[in-house]
Design a protein around this ligand. Structure first.
Ligand code: GLN
Length: 246
């Protein structure tokens, strides 16, 4: 009899350990991003990651009983990282596109963006139509890169690893303009008086989180948490904190 109880106890312990081990492994949510895209993600004065995406991911992770780990990488490495499973989710002001949907699933959208054009004060570029034949700076692998390559030809598009490098190239005359999302555009222009954003919208887009196609359970959980955060006003609160409410 004692033996049977012992065996039963051992079995219960084994199951508990198994369950809790599994749980421990799932407790971490690894978010990949490119932390050079303010106000969505950037490195703050204390060297930590901050921004809209970081805070939304933190709030989602909290709802799911997980802790968030942020991995900083090049924007154009994010989808491969999602596919390989080295990150659980990419949040990077990433635009939902049909092309990207072929390699990853997107969560529900949580924000919108606009592709803006930054030029030097007094530039002859006044509207989207003036981009023809001009040297356009973009961030590699972004929608701005794709649209400009399609519309104006690869030979006219110069790729940079992040937006601030593209903007620096504009400031020192290597390119005639930069096509980039509107909120980072505002932030880059704010620190350079010689630059302006044209009052024209090149493209309007939806931002969402990218998740590995096979991770449908995580996608569902992510969406449920996101929905609750939208309904409670938390998502709006986070966005308003970084972007002055219009
Ligand atoms: N929204 C753009 C895209 O998805 C740019 C994102 C980014 O540079 N972080 O391509």
């Amino acid at each position: 009899m004692k033996k049977i109880i012992c065996l039963a106890l051992a079995a219960v312990l084994a199951v508990c350990c198994f369950a809790s081990c599994g749980e421990t492994k799932k407790k971490e949510m690894v978010m990949g991003t490119n932390a050079a895209f303010p106000p969505y993600e950037f490195v703050d004065d204390n060297g930590g990651f901050a921004g809209i995406d970081v805070e939304i991911a933190t709030a989602v992770a909290e709802k799911l009983g997980m802790t968030l780990t942020v991995k900083d990488m090049e924007f154009d490495s994010l989808l491969t990282a999602v596919q390989s499973g080295s990150i659980d989710v990419a949040l990077a002001g990433m635009t939902v596109t049909d092309e990207r949907k072929q390699s990853v699933n997107f969560s529900d959208t949580y924000a919108t963006g606009i592709q803006s054009i930054i030029v030097k004060n007094g530039s002859t570029i006044k509207t989207v139509d003036d981009l023809k034949g001009k040297k356009i700076g973009v961030q590699a692998g972004t929608t701005g890169d794709m649209y400009c390559t399609d519309d104006y030809g690869q030979e006219n598009v110069k790729q940079f690893q992040n937006g601030s490098l593209a903007v620096a190239a504009l400031a020192n005359g290597q390119v005639d303009c930069v096509v980039i999302d509107n909120e980072p555009a505002k932030s880059f222009v704010a620190s350079n008086k010689d630059l302006v954003i044209l009052d024209t919208k090149y493209a309007e887009e939806d931002y969402a989180a990218a998740i590995k196609k096979e991770n449908t359970e995580f996608l569902d959980n992510f969406n449920k948490a996101l929905k609750e955060l939208k309904e409670s006003g938390k998502v709006k609160e986070i966005i308003d904190k970084y972007i002055a409410a219009k």
